[in-house]
Design a protein. Sequence first.
Length: 133
Amino acid sequence: ITYGDFINKELIHFSNADNVRSIPSMIDGLKPGQRKILFACFKRGKSMLKTEIKVAQLAGYVSEHSAYHHGETSLAGTIVGMAQTFVGSNNIALLHPAGQFGTRLLGGKDAASPRYIFTKLPALTRLIFHPDD
């Protein structure tokens, strides 16, 4: 296989898939991984609104129920990012944080391990994303 064939026939598929995963949608502003997290939270039902769940457990649930194939570690990082509330992180936190989800000083990189922090779905998220969508 030549370099040109590799770039134009093989690598292009990875680049396209990487762009789909990395660039948020214009419709809802979410990346596919974030959308799968919300799908799994909504699938869990009212228990996600009432009780907190460990981020590591939620990552396992999401990977099991939404065909997420990129590892639970990156999924847990996405969950932490969706729950951060410090200035400059999210306009609206789609998940409610309970624990150390990072600080503004380090840009959220100082969040605690996913097995020690908890999250739940705020009622506002259910209002933003209508069940019929």
